[in-house]
Write a protein that binds this ligand. Sequence first.
Ligand code: BGC
Length: 390
Amino acid sequence: MSVSRALSKLWTIIIIVVVVVAVAAGGGLYYYYTTTSKPQKLTFVLIGKGVHPYWSVVEAGMKKAADEIRSKYGADIEATFFTPTREEAYLQLSQVDTYIAQKVTGLAIAPVDAEAAIPYINKALQQNILTITFDTDSPNSNRLAYLGTNNYKAGYLGGLAAYMLAKEKGYIKPGATLKVGIITATLSAQNARERVQGFQDAIKKCIETDPDIRGNINLVIIGPYEDKGDVSTAVNYALSILQANPDLQIAFGSNAYEGPAWSQAMQQLNYPPGKIVLVEFDVTSDNVPPLQQGYALATVGQREYFMGYYAVWLLYNMTKYGVDKALKSFIPGYPNNKIYDTGVDLVGTQHMEFTAPTGEKVVILGLSEYKQLMSKLGVDPSLLGLQNVS
Ligand code: BGC
């Protein structure tokens, strides 16, 4: 072999060795980074409206989703729940600003004031914070989606139940006066606004379509009075409505604590249970006793556990697959529709079914039936105040 051929062979060997070492080193580095680099920390914050057992249920759903995502994907997730001490917009929105400044990954907000929240929601989005509304919407903001009860429909369902229960009591007769008292937290909240509207519309529609009545009822709506999220104000409104209208037949509280406030006022004034058709909102440890004592005849049970649960899953999927893909696979009809309805159940002490004059079928689940349903859906019944229901 000539010297030059031997040299070129040596060079070839050197080049091969260098390439092999480089590839191996590169592969090692790649392996190092893909296996040892930490996943990006994701911080999600869910912002409720006020302090009530209702919100503890939302928080439990949030924790469940975060645990599932951690164990399924090994994701580094921090899910925080914040709620102001009272349903006051300024208390809530100042905190939103703090989370924007912290540059959290995602926010789910239940705006106390649908309009006041708009600049905050839009600002969060401008700063690339994934922002949705839940429990109650801010439809004129740029929120990516709303996740929660269809509140008009839920209020309407409550109104149908109220009408049918009042009819059963003999309060619905041609020429009669039907008095309905309504207490709400604040009409600045989209959910309260829609529930109050739905409730009244249902009663009006029943009066018009009921063949026994044919519109011949003098409907008197008392309120809606806004207690601004304060329980004792709600009780005081209930007391004064009852004192001024001893012939009140239907009472409605659009927020979780208002059914119990009505019930407290009725007890204080020594009303016999069931004299007034009281329809509450929600099934929580606060709402079950008025039902069991016979003061509330029905309640519109929201599925708030799933509002917390899906909010975290949805925000997480947005980080993983992108906003559009995540929303498309979650919300039927997206992008035209940006609302995911978590659904409601009408609940009373026993199972009842009727067809309203409007043609709609109304089913009221008994408490024990509802307890079973919630267990089946994976919601711990004691979270909902149902532990003593057999
Ligand atoms: C509503 C919440 C509200 C809670 C307590 C629930 O019915 O969905 O928005 O914060 O009641 O008032």
